[in-house]
Design a protein around this ligand. Sequence first.
Ligand code: UDP
Ligand code: MG
Length: 318
Amino acid sequence: MPYLSLVIPVYNEEENLPLLFDAVTDAMKSLKKTWEVIFIDDGSRDKSLEVLRKLAQQDKHVRVVVFRRNFGQTAAIAAGIDYAKGEVIILLDADLQNDPADIPMLLSKLDEGYDVVSGWRKDRKDNLTRTLPSVMANSLISWVTGVHLHDYGCTLKAYRREVLDEFHLYGETHRFIPVFAHSVGARIAELPVHHHPRLHGKAKYGLERTMKVVLDLVTVKFLLSYGNKPIRLFGGTGIVLMFASLVTLAYLAARKILESTSVTASPLLPLAIMFLILGFQSILMGLIAELLVRTYHESQHKPTYTVRTVIEGKKERK
Ligand code: UDP
Ligand code: MG
């Protein structure tokens, strides 16, 4: 079993791969640890797969997981984590924008007692259309989730495998890995890392990503805050709506009694009825969600907590 697994998603990076692998081997030479690299070919259409095949034949440290089609960076990362054997996992991009030379630094920070060391592209080498939305997205994520990092989008981060085993990745949520890790109780540190401009190949994302990130953030926030107690959100909304409805109805009734104003002629009446129905529906939705939570945890035997160690006498076990 290697100590360290590097997980590298690859989508059309033929020119970068040999350079990247050289940089990785250089970085690993100075490090006195056992290691492996898992490349995930995410349905590349160029010669990436051929290059990876050659690397795997030349060097025993390399394993390649080949997807049947392009499933996206998050799926590639998830597969890499599944196939990785190391107790520490470091994610990085294949395009040489991350610098493998930073790996020893991340590992020694991890040894200070952290479960996640998050790379921060302090001096980022991308153009303004990328960096500006990214700065905004990062502060939004930091504010909404309460996990205070400067750079969620930087792939170069080190993780203890036991932390990554506590959750699954869906959709395009790899940037939220530190947030999920925090939610299962990981100790997180941040370190500035080097960043280089992309020299070969094309960036796979554009401005449209910001919108997707915001929607993903809504999901993540919901799951983290209410995933185990959805009735608090739906029921809370329902109570507010029903209360608003009752206040409106009381107002209409008071006007009828005091001023003999018609209730049915008022536009407030349908509004009050609508709030009442919506409020009731919302509470019912919360109850259904509560059933789903129970079904999930009980049928999958998923506990609703995470355990770091169990102490028995003088022994501690994971
Ligand atoms: N990538 C992938 N599948 C995709 C898109 C990207 O595996 O569908 C990989 C890509 O090859 C690179 C990393 O994810 O190694 C980050 O992609 P990119 O450099 O385009 O993103 P950026 O650095 O612009 O955020
Ligand atoms: Mg890149």
